[in-house]
Structure formats: C-alpha cells, structure tokens
Design a protein around this ligand. Structure first.
Ligand SMILES: NC(=O)c1ccc[n+]([C@@H]2O[C@H](COP(=O)([O-])OP(=O)(O)OC[C@H]3O[C@@H](n4cnc5c(N)ncnc54)[C@H](O)[C@@H]3O)[C@@H](O)[C@H]2O)c1
Length: 248
C-alpha cells in the first residue's frame, strides 16, 4: 500500500532538484505523476527514470508563467489519468540583488515565475480538483518568505507572496475539499545552491543551527505528508523544514 495510491499529481520544476525528488517519491508511493519543467530533455529523462523504477510518470513541457501552457498541462493530465489530486508548485528561480541593484526586468522575471507561476498553477489546477471534491496544493515558498535578509529583494517578495497567497486560497477552498499549504525549505543541496557563491552558502549554513544544507529528500517527505490524506485537517499551514534557521 502506497501513501498516495490512486492519486494523480502534477509537479512543476521537476526536471531536477527538489521537484524531481518529490516526483520520484510520490510515484514510489503509488501516485501517477506528471513532471513539468522548461528543461525538456532533463524533464523527460527524470520521467523515464521513474518509469524504469516501476513508477507511472510522464513529462509535459511547462513554463509556469504561461497561462496557455498551464491550460494544456491540466487538460493533458485529466485526459490521460482522468483526475488531478495533487499539485506541487515547486518551480522557482533565485534572483540576487538589493532594492537599488535589482533591475526592474529581473524583478518582473522573478515575480512572474515564483509568484505568478504559483497563482496560475492554482487557477488552472483547482477547477480540476473541484471536479472530484478534493485536492491538495503544496506551494513551495522558502524561509525567504518568512524572514528577510539583505540582497534578495525580488526573491523575498516572491516567496512572501507565495506564503500569503497560500493562506488566502486555503480559506477560499476549505469548504470545497481542496487544501492549500506552503512549504518553506531552508538551504537545500540542489543545482540552485550548487551555483551559489561559496561565502554566501557558508553564511547561510552559519545561520542554520544544524550547521548543514538539507537534502531534497528531507523536503520531499514534508511534501508527501501534505499531499497525502494523512494531512486531511491541515490547510493554510506553513511547513518549515530548515534545520532550525528561523527558530533563532
Ligand atoms: N535550494 C534551496 O536552498 C531552496 C531553499 C528554499 C526554497 N527553494 C525553492 O525550492 C524550489 C525548488 O528549487 P531547487 O532548489 O530544486 O532548484 P533547482 O534550480 O534545482 O530547480 C528548479 C527547477 O525549476 C525549473 N524552472 C525554472 N524556471 C521555470 C519556469 N519558468 N517554468 C517551469 N520550470 C522552471 C528549473 O528548470 C529547475 O528544474 C524553488 O521554488 C526554490 O525557490 C529552494
């Protein structure tokens, strides 16, 4: 018995990093998983690996900032698997820069992907969930959606938007069976942080009581709980998985 038997999940940004790990874990727990990403080759390979391991998965190209592509992903998912139960709005980009140094174009790009992308995911996926009268949306925010540090104005703004948009959507759909929660990773070992400057990484680890990066699987287990019926009374919540970073 898998913890997600019979459920159909869409995961964004699933070609690598946390999204890929979530997709693989969900498939291992019995879900049919639609992996989506702008990285077509890597995304297809991630889906192939899940299938090779005995899971059920397919890949569909999706730029989360495109309403048309969202429409197509949801249509294709429901046509293939006849339902949609779980959405992980995981795709995101890291944009560095403070108030004065962030170009307006970078602000727009960051908010388009990290915040509008999450809004569009809910806008297109929730109607399909309402068809079954149930669903679970997991919006990947960050500790950067809870606390602010210098040098990441647009990123903090986008992740703060995800956090509070989640609570508003949770309240909106609570009586109709769709739960909406946010997940807030601290620093996690993925391609996103592998590309970060050494001293910046060291500074974040220094602020993390556990003194290390988390792993994508440590995030995926949190997403699995929120995706499964084990969290049936949990909505509008923020699950922080950060090695204690926001506790101090
Ligand atoms: N790694 C961390 O330390 C950390 C900490 C807190 C929050 N997060 C958040 O976790 C999520 C996953 O990040 P990750 O660490 O796995 O990073 P990652 O860079 O390894 O993966 C992000 C994925 O999103 C995809 N993506 C980027 N723009 C996209 C778009 N427009 N449409 C669709 N897909 C797009 C990328 O191609 C990539 O596959 C992000 O939302 C990130 O902001 C990461």
């Amino acid at each position: 018995m898998g913890r997600l038997d019979g459920k159909v999940a869409v995961v964004t940004g699933a070609a690598r990093g946390q999204g890929e790990t979530e997709a693989a874990l969900f498939a291992g727990e019995g879900a049919h998983v639609v992996l989506t990403d702008v990285l077509v080759e890597e995304g297809q390979q991630a889906a192939d690996r899940i299938c090779a391991a005995g899971g059920e998965a397919l890949f569909v190209k999706l730029d989360v900032s495109s309403p048309d592509e969202w429409n197509e992903v949801v249509r294709h998912t429901v046509q293939t698997y006849e339902r949609l139960d779980i959405l992980v709005n995981n795709a995101g980009i890291a944009v560095r820069g403070g108030v004065e140094s962030t170009p307006v174009e970078e602000w727009d790009r960051c908010l388009d992907i990290n915040a509008k992308g999450v809004f569009l995911g809910m806008k297109y996926a929730i109607p399909a969930m309402l068809q079954n009268g149930s669903g679970s949306v997991i919006n990947i925010s960050s500790t950067s959606g809870i606390v602010g540090y210098p040098g990441g104005t647009a990123y903090h703004a986008s992740k703060g938007a995800v956090r509070i948009m989640t609570k508003a959507a949770a309240a909106e759909y609570a009586k109709r069976g769709v739960r909406v929660n946010s997940l807030h990773p601290g620093i996690i070992r993925t391609p996103m942080t592998d590309n970060m400057a050494e001293e910046r990484t060291a500074g974040i680890i220094d602020r993390t009581p556990m003194g290390r990066k988390g792993t994508p699987m440590e995030i995926a287990y949190g997403a699995l709980f929120l995706a499964s019926d084990e969290s049936s009374f949990v909505t509008g919540a923020e699950l922080v998985i950060d090695g204690g970073m926001t506790a101090v």
